[in-house]
Write a protein that binds this ligand. Structure first.
Ligand SMILES: [Zn+2]
Length: 153
């Protein structure tokens, strides 16, 4: 099912980990609105990165899958409000986060987290909801969480 021009429901719910663990990661229908908002935010992000392919490495995660992957900034994923992305055609996750952070308001992003865990790095993006802090920009590494986009080496 196509959500926006460049994002499908399938790519926002698929998970190799879920498949290998036999977890059904299908989106509950009541979260469709959230995932639609997420796809629309990702479209704005994609355009900001020069319309280059934005690869979603993790989108929606049911509780069981979320527990299995043990994400750091993870609860947004279980609500269909968060996605981890990379965009090799644009640059490194650090470069992506640096590009997006000054435009967090215009892009209607609730949170940007540059994450670098166990040698892997990606950018976590959350949509805004009324009950959560907005304009939050953090860097999460094995050493902990820091405010702002920090060099991850
Ligand atoms: Zn994430």
């Amino acid at each position: 099912m196509k959500l926006t021009q460049n994002f499908t429901l399938q790519e926002l719910t698929r998970s190799a980990r879920a498949q290998s663990l036999g977890i059904d990661n299908a989106l509950p229908p009541q979260l469709l609105g959230n995932i639609q908002t997420l796809a629309e935010m990702l479209e704005r992000v994609r355009a900001t990165l020069g319309d280059r392919p934005l690869i979603v490495t993790s989108g929606y995660r049911c509780r069981e899958l979320n527990k299995a992957v043990g994400g750091v900034v993870s609860s947004d994923h279980t609500l269909g409000c968060g996605a981890d992305v990379v965009c090799p055609a644009f640059g490194t996750p650090y470069e992506i986060a640096k590009r997006l952070a000054p435009q967090i308001g215009r892009l209607e992003i609730g949170q940007i987290a540059l994450e670098s865990i166990k040698g892997k790095s990606w950018v976590h993006l959350s949509t805004r909801t009324p009950d959560r802090p907005v304009n939050r920009v953090i860097t999460v590494t094995d050493a902990g969480t820091q405010l702002g986009i920090q060099s991850i080496g």
